[in-house]
Design a protein around this ligand. Structure first.
Ligand code: HEC
Length: 98
């Protein structure tokens, strides 16, 4: 049991690390910082804004793929060059950022 918990924790940590790398590879970090507002909102602020919303991951994955405007200010986010699976992984990761 203890071992299973340990493995689960290690798995979650490495998934989180891999997702942050993906965000870096995809250029998200040019406009988004973990905690500070940049061109777009910080990941912490996004996770806070959508915390507790059941459809947050699907909503954010759609936004990442198609881009969006008007939710956080007047600067729009252009559509991003990601697959559906990558958009979903990034959205899931964002919702875990604290
Ligand atoms: C050119 C700058 C830029 C890049 C690159 C960028 N974003 Fe954004 N992003 C923005 C801006 C600006 C907003 C705010 C849009 C708004 O107000 O609706 C935003 C909003 C978001 C939101 C919140 C959407 C909402 O409706 O609340 C998410 C999630 C997001 N970005 C994720 C990503 C991810 C993941 C990537 C990389 C694949 C990425 N962004 C790349 C500028 C960018």
């Amino acid at each position: 049991m203890k071992k299973a918990l340990l493995l689960l924790t290690a798995g979650l940590v490495s998934l989180s690390f891999a997702s942050q790398q993906l965000a870096q590879q995809k250029g998200c970090m040019a406009c988004h910082d973990m905690k500070a507002k940049k061109v777009g909102p910080s990941y912490t602020d996004m996770a806070k804004k959508y915390a507790g919303k059941a459809d947050a991951v699907d909503y954010l994955a759609g936004k990442i793929k198609k881009g969006g405007a008007g939710v956080w200010g007047s600067v729009p986010m252009p559509p991003q060059n990601v697959t559906d699976a990558e958009a979903k992984q990034l959205a899931q990761w964002i919702m875990t950022v604290k």
